[in-house]
Design a protein around this ligand. Structure first.
Ligand code: CDP
Ligand code: MG
Length: 136
């Protein structure tokens, strides 16, 4: 059964800063993801606040938005069978300390805030997040 799904992935500033973007992209590709679109950009704090609006009541919201807008990021549309969940699995747990062997966050994450990648958490949010970055 074919259930190709698109999801939004972001390689966060801590990883781009360490020049890990190509390695991380290879990890997606070798795990069966197609990268349909990608761009390296820098966003403003206001844009980060819009993107992470779902977290606006959380204590870490301000730091999170400051961080995502602190340096270059790589945003990508990934596609794979059951891609939303597959990407969450490949990313690993939010806190790299809890992430399993073989996941991106286990391999590259530094801390819960500098955890190297973002991935959409549902099909609905994937559509919203893809539109946020790629609607022209
Ligand atoms: O990114 P993910 O969906 O796994 O986690 P989230 O709960 O949606 O949180 C979004 C981001 O906020 C995380 O990726 C962390 O970078 C950051 N965060 C944090 O700095 N401190 C926390 N206690 C929880 C999340
Ligand atoms: Mg999330």
């Amino acid at each position: 059964m074919n259930n190709l799904e698109q999801t939004l992935s972001i390689i966060k500033p801590d990883a781009v800063e360490r020049n890990l973007d190509n390695e991380i992209k290879e990890m997606f590709k070798s795990n069966g993801f197609s990268i349909l679109k990608e761009k390296k950009i820098k966003i403003t704090k206001t844009e980060a606040e819009q993107f992470y609006k779902v977290h606006e009541t959380k204590p870490f919201y301000n730091d999170l938005c400051a961080y995502l807008s602190s340096g270059a990021i790589v945003v990508m549309i990934l596609e794979k069978e059951n891609g939303v969940l597959a990407n969450r699995e490949l990313m690993g747990a939010t806190n790299p300390k809890d992430a399993e062997e073989g996941t991106i966050r286990k391999k590259y994450g530094i801390s819960i805030d500098k955890n190297s990648v973002h991935g959409s958490d549902s099909i609905d949010n994937a559509k919203i997040e893809i539109d946020f970055f790629f609607k022209d």
